[in-house]
Every structure is written in C-alpha cells, then in structure tokens.
Ligand binder design. Sequence first.
Ligand SMILES: Nc1ncnc2c1ncn2[C@@H]1O[C@H](COP(=O)(O)OP(=O)(O)O)[C@@H](O)[C@H]1O
Ligand SMILES: [Mg+2]
Length: 407
Amino acid sequence: MNDKKSVDIIQEALFSSSVFKEGGERTLNQSYIPEYLNFREDHIRRISQNFRELFASERGGYSGFSINLAITGSAGIGKTVTSRYTVDRIQSTAEKYHLKLYTEYKNCWTTRTKTSILRSILRDQFGVASRGFSDEESTDILIRRLNSEQAYLLLILDEASVLNQKDIRGFVHLSEEFGMEHRISLIMISRPTEWKVALSSMVSQRISDVIHFQPYNYEETRKILGYRSELAFKSYALSEDIVDMVAEISDQTKNLRHGIETLYRAGRAADQMRIDEITPELIRRAKNDVYPEMRADILEELNPHELFATLSVARRLHHKGITATTIEHSFKNYRIICEEWNATPNGEAAFRNYLSTLEAIGILGKVTKGVKGRKGVRARLTIHDVPAAILIERIEVFLAKQLKNET
Ligand SMILES: Nc1ncnc2c1ncn2[C@@H]1O[C@H](COP(=O)(O)OP(=O)(O)O)[C@@H](O)[C@H]1O
Ligand SMILES: [Mg+2]
C-alpha cells in the first residue's frame, strides 16, 4: 500500500459521517456522568442530606464530621453514577461556600487494597509520592494535610466488598485513629448479598445510613435509554422502535448497562459498516456481545471441570430469589453435572480449587462471613453481573461443541 492511500484511509476514518453526534460516543462510556439522572431524585436527596453536617458552619456551629454511607443494590441500576453525580455536586457546593473538600472515586476492582488506594489519593490529590510508605505513614500524611488545610475528604469506595476485611475496617476507622477531628467520610457501594454477608457485620455500628437501590421498571428504563440515545446519536440515526427494543433487552436483565452497551456497540457497528441508521439487526447482534464481563473467549480459558463448577453455581442461582449459594451445595450439583456430561467428578479439594480460579477470573464471587471464635468460615458463592440464565446457556452450548470435537 502506498503512503498516500493510507493517509486517505485515516482521513476518511476520522472525518467520515457517523451515527454518533459530535462527542456523542463518549456519552455512552461507563464513566460518563449525564446531566440529568431521572428516577433517582430520592436517592440523590438522601445521599446529600447525610452530608448536611459538612455545611453546618454555614448555619452556625460546626461539629466534627465523619459520615459513612453504604449503598447497596444489584448491577446496572445507577448506584455508581448516582453516587458520583451527587458527590460532584456536593463538591461544587462546597467550593461555593469556600469549604475545602477533596473528593475521590475508587473502584476497588481496579485499586484493590487500602495501601494502593491511600497511595493514589496522596499522589493524585496532594502530589505526594508515597511509594514504600506503610499505611500508617500514608494515613498520617493524609490526616496532617487535611488538618493543616482545614480540609475534608469524601471517598467513594465502589465494589467495596473486593477489599479484604482488614482494609474495610481500616477505612472506616481511618478518621478516628489519627487526629482529633473527623475529616474523612466514606460512601461504600456493594451488592446486597456482599453487604449483608460480608460487610455490614463488620462496620454496621459506624454506618450512618444504608441506602438501597431498586432496579428500574420498564417505563423508567425506556425513558432513561431514550435520553441517553438523544445524547449520543444524531436524530436520524435511530428510531423510537429501536429504543423500545433496547429497553426490552435492558429490562430483561434489569440492568441498564446492558442497554447502554448495546446502543454503543450497535452505533460502532453502523459506523464500521458505513450505514447511517441503526437497524434492528445491528441491535440483535450487539446484544449478543454485550456481556463484557463475559467475553466469549473466557470460556476457552477454562477446563471442563471449571466449566462444570461454574454451571453448578449458576444452576442454583437461576432459581428466582436466590442470590448466593454454598460450596457444599454447589459441590453436590457439580457431581450431578459431571454425570450428565459423562465425566468423572473430582474431589472436594479440587472443586474448591476450581472455585478459586473462577473467582480470580471474575466469573464467580465468594463472600465469606467470619464467625467469631471459630476457625472455619462459611463462604457464599455469587456470580458477577452475567445473568445465570445466560451463563448456563453459553456454557452448555460451549461444552457441547468442545466435547463433540473431542470424540
Ligand atoms: N437515572 C439514570 N439516568 C441516566 N443514566 C443512568 C441512570 N441510571 C443509570 N444510568 C446509566 O446506566 C449505566 C449503569 O449504571 P451504574 O451506575 O454503572 O450502575 P451500578 O453502579 O448500579 O452497577 C451507566 O452507564 C449509567 O450512566
Ligand atoms: Mg457500579
């Protein structure tokens, strides 16, 4: 290929027409915070009310402030976006009132320990390189800085249950252990099961408020997706029928992220195919790719027994109302599933190893509840984000294909 031609291709790719509005593609990113959050007014109000104390000096009389909020709810229902939205606005209000407030958002899937979270706060907010410092040293610097600046820190810990128990406790006690005044507040976001089983027992006395989010219903989902489509796409690029269709997809899993992802992928596909309208066929295809937590090739990384183990958990969780199951129960299921696939089951120790692998990859979640005075801990198993029905369907199709190839 000669140079000129490549340049032309680049020019065309960069400037050719798109179904997205100028800057529209970015509004479908996971990290984008839209200007309006419909149907979450009550939650926004309630989160804000918890931080009234912060502005108490404005109303005369200020008392030390340390608020720990818990936010719970299933996946894709606006917990993250509502928290970030509200905290951003609390921050701009603080600015207006000349109150020095640092805010920080951390997803514990990405930053997995208290040590790394503290370090990144010091680096990003205060320009302090704290590599090699102990947690105590980092905390000490942080508290000193806040004290000397008369400043506060409001930290959102998203997917908080990824942190280990010691780190969770450490965060909740952060403010009290050092310094006299309460300068650090937390918003911890987690799934209801994780909250109930793992977190609440450790920290419930220190929690000011637990705010539970419910999934959106169909009407709400439809309205929100209509709004998000308007932000992202040119008006001729998609019809009302398409938005209906995407709302139905999202409503099926009760997860708004699935709808937004579907729109994003369908838009990208339309651009790649150089068509200026999103068709039902594009939506159908995008929908099938939409569980990003569950890339198709993830299954290929697993051996058959790990797949059986995944099935053993997923089948149990497929029952309505069941959000977590036990290792014992899953092990029984696993033996049955091996039989179904004409495989010899391995022992419980091996089974536990499969679960650990699946947990490390992020397919399964394990929540353990420490029982005081007892060595054994009881683990509860959950699956992440992907609906059980979809997991089951994909694994069964995959296994059927694999095992057929073998013989
Ligand atoms: N009320 C709303 N209005 C507009 N977009 C929303 C609303 N609620 C959720 N979203 C969007 O839906 C997606 C999933 O929300 P998110 O906050 O990530 O869910 P969760 O944290 O509960 O898993 C995000 O892209 C978010 O921007
Ligand atoms: Mg979230």
